[in-house]
Design a protein around this ligand. Structure first.
Ligand code: AMP
Ligand code: MG
Length: 284
């Protein structure tokens, strides 16, 4: 198995900068066709490893996807999930919080969706939204109904500390966490948003919010960078995935998933031999 993904791994974020990665990067691959064989090999390995993960029923895998609008979260998730056994994974998409969700601490709605042992859980957006949207738009923070006394200038640093501590806690309980930022350029975002307007089959994806939010592109990138710097750790690393070319982002994400599972040294549980013999005799 090649380690394509290593280049994009951020495990100690302190000095991470966007300029470290080029969103147009495709390593030495010319186009999607050039990745087919590798993708197939990877998909076969991933399915086999997932089977062991499920059978062994000890670890679980949490894959977190973040990106700016039109970053390709949906298509990347669709591609990766299509290589898996649907019985062993579930996808949770997090939208604008409901009233019920706003009546709880910010982590509440995410923690309810964590994958059980043996399962792969995929988060399409995550608790990282809570250090992005309300940070860029103070009126969104108002809606979270925090006691005013608790809202100070350290709020974002505190939330990031809480996220980091939660990820450590989960890691120590057998939840393996991998985080992906699908990194597109502002130019590619414009192209994709225009396609949503121009192509009837993509119209449904268009939201006027996307255009309004685009004006805050730099703010979002700044908040994301801060989040990555403060939460990239060895046990819960970020991958900054060049995503201007969707096929390349899919290749990298799939390699990370396969590599992560293979590092767990998953084994099928061994049944007691005497019990096997007794059962065999009974069947005969
Ligand atoms: P989409 O993923 O395109 O369907 O859009 C979901 C929307 O929900 C995006 O505009 C997100 O910014 C927004 N959203 C998700 N999580 C939160 C959150 N915790 N606080 C505020 N807005 C959120
Ligand atoms: Mg959207």
């Amino acid at each position: 198995m090649t380690h394509l993904e290593k280049r994009y791994r951020v495990a100690n974020g302190e000095r991470f900068r966007w300029s470290d990665i080029d969103p147009q990067d495709t390593l030495d691959f010319a186009d999607a066709d050039a990745t087919r064989a590798l993708r197939k090999q990877n998909a076969d390995a991933m399915l086999e490893l997932q089977d062991r993960l499920y059978a062994q029923h000890r670890w679980s895998l949490l894959l977190i996807f973040q990106a700016v609008d039109a970053g390709g979260k949906n298509s990347t998730i669709r591609e990766v999930v299509s290589d898996l056994n649907p019985q062993g994974c579930h996808v949770s998409s997090f939208k604008v919080p409901t009233d019920e969700e706003l009546d709880h601490d910010f982590l509440w709605r995410y923690l309810r969706r964590l994958p059980e042992r043996g399962m792969i859980g995929i988060f399409n957006r995550s608790y990282y939204e809570d250090v992005l949207v309300p940070r860029v738009h103070p009126e969104v923070l108002q809606k979270q109904r925090l006691p005013p006394k608790l809202v100070g200038k350290h709020l974002w640093t505190q939330r990031l500390q809480d996220i980091r501590a939660t990820e450590d806690y989960l890691t120590r309980n057998g939840v393996v966490i991998r985080k992906f930022f699908l990194y597109i350029s502002k130019r590619e975002q414009r192209k994709r948003l225009l396609a949503r307007l121009d192509e009837p089959s993509k119209n449904w994806k268009f939201s006027p919010d996307d255009v309004r939010e685009r004006a805050f592109f730099a703010d979002y990138m700044r908040c994301h960078q801060d989040a990555i710097r403060k939460t990239a750790t060895n046990q819960a690393p970020w991958y900054i995935v060049p995503a201007d070319h969707k096929w390349f982002a899919q290749l990298i994400v799939a390699s990370v998933v396969t590599r992560t599972l293979s590092q767990l040294k998953l084994e099928y549980p061994k049944l007691d031999r005497r019990a096997l013999e007794t059962a065999r005799k009974a069947l005969r």
